[in-house]
Design a protein around this ligand. Structure first.
Ligand code: PMV
Length: 334
């Protein structure tokens, strides 16, 4: 164990770890069954974790600022997500229970398909690693966050922790090294929150039960999703984003057939299309949470307004590939 007294934190002042949100462009649910998915970071929302010194003997104190909850790590149960990721990170760092206060904040809506749980976990790993003077590389962040994703998701594919830890667009297949997704030409998305919290594990569990009851139709749906994902990957890499609209529509239909859409998401998708979006789909676990729509410079504002009128709790406009991503640590085939 590293002696806590010698850690660089005390001189360095507050150490902040950050992580963006994420959105799945194509392939959710089918990705749990080995098919590919495409996902991108969303930097308009983020989680932060800040480490400052705490009184001697207190051990790690966790302060969930948004919830107004504070507690000592040593008193937290094994399945408490913030405590679990803090313990995993401290183990990786070889630290027992340092006298630090860890304040966690997030602007990412909870249970909305924007990866809030994974982002909070990644920010905590980065903050603790920064405080210990040993920055955590993306593969380590991703692996530790995955362990906590199991609490949120049951059987996570690993796509959330991957895109959030690497902070880059990814082409993801479960069990394989993530591949970076090169953006041939930037494109713009409207991300609308249905305002319905939807824990991913429920939708994932329902799909699993339906697949177990009748695997053949679900395997066919997953294969159809995989074809959409491969077409979308080519369109993105080769700079033909206009083709993504029809592919989003196709992916949404397949997700609806899997039973993970809901009337509110269908209404947002229809409203976006009626207002000029080139295509739209639910994103993430479904049954609530977020949807995305492909918009252009001329349609972004009117689509955002139509989404709000159709009941969206919040709309984010984000550019994919419009500016360099903060890190570029991924490597692998394109
Ligand atoms: O609801 P989200 O955005 O956390 O994404 C879940 C994505 C699923 O494919 C439904 C599940 C998974 O583990 O990949």
């Amino acid at each position: 164990m590293v002696p806590v007294m010698s850690l660089p934190l005390v001189d360095a002042g507050p150490i902040v770890g950050r992580a963006p949100g994420k959105i799945i462009l194509f392939g959710e649910h089918a990705v749990v069954y080995g098919r590919p998915a495409l996902a991108v970071p969303v930097t308009e929302v983020q989680a932060t974790a800040t480490v400052t010194p705490a009184p001697a003997g207190s051990g790690l104190v966790l302060w969930a600022a948004d919830l107004g909850q504070e507690g000592r790590l040593r008193d937290a149960g094994p399945d408490q997500p913030l405590a679990k990721i803090a313990r995993l990170a401290l183990d990786w760092l070889g630290l027992a229970d340092p006298d630090w206060r860890l304040a966690v904040r997030s602007s990412i809506p909870i249970a909305g398909g924007l990866g809030s749980g994974a982002a909070v976990s990644a920010a905590i790993v980065r903050a603790l690693a920064g405080a210990a003077g040993r920055p955590a590389p993306p593969d380590i962040v991703s692996g530790l966050v995955y362990e906590v994703e199991k609490l949120h998701h049951g059987t996570p594919s690993g796509v959330d922790n991957t895109v959030i830890a690497y902070e880059q667009p990814v082409y993801f297949v479960r069990g394989r090294l993530p591949a970076p997704l090169a953006i041939g030409a930037p494109f713009t998305l409207a991300i609308a929150d249905s305002g319905i919290p939807s824990p991913t594990r429920l939708a994932v569990g329902d799909v699993r039960r339906a697949w177990q009851a009748g695997p053949a139709p679900f395997e066919a749906l997953f294969d159809a999703v995989a074809r959409v994902v491969e077409s979308a990957r080519s369109a993105i890499v080769e700079g033909r984003p206009a083709q993504l609209g029809a592919l989003m529509d196709a992916n949404h239909r397949l997700l609806a057939e899997m039973g993970v859409s809901c009337p509110e998401l269908d209404a947002l998708v229809a409203a976006a299309r009626a207002a000029g979006a080139a295509g739209a789909k639910l994103s993430g676990g479904g049954r609530g949470g977020n949807m995305i729509a492909l918009v252009g410079a001329g349609t972004a504002r009117q689509v955002a307004e139509a989404l709000r009128r159709a009941g969206a709790a919040r709309v984010i406009i984000t550019s994919v590939g419009g500016r360099p991503s903060p890190t570029s640590a991924l490597s692998g085939p394109q």
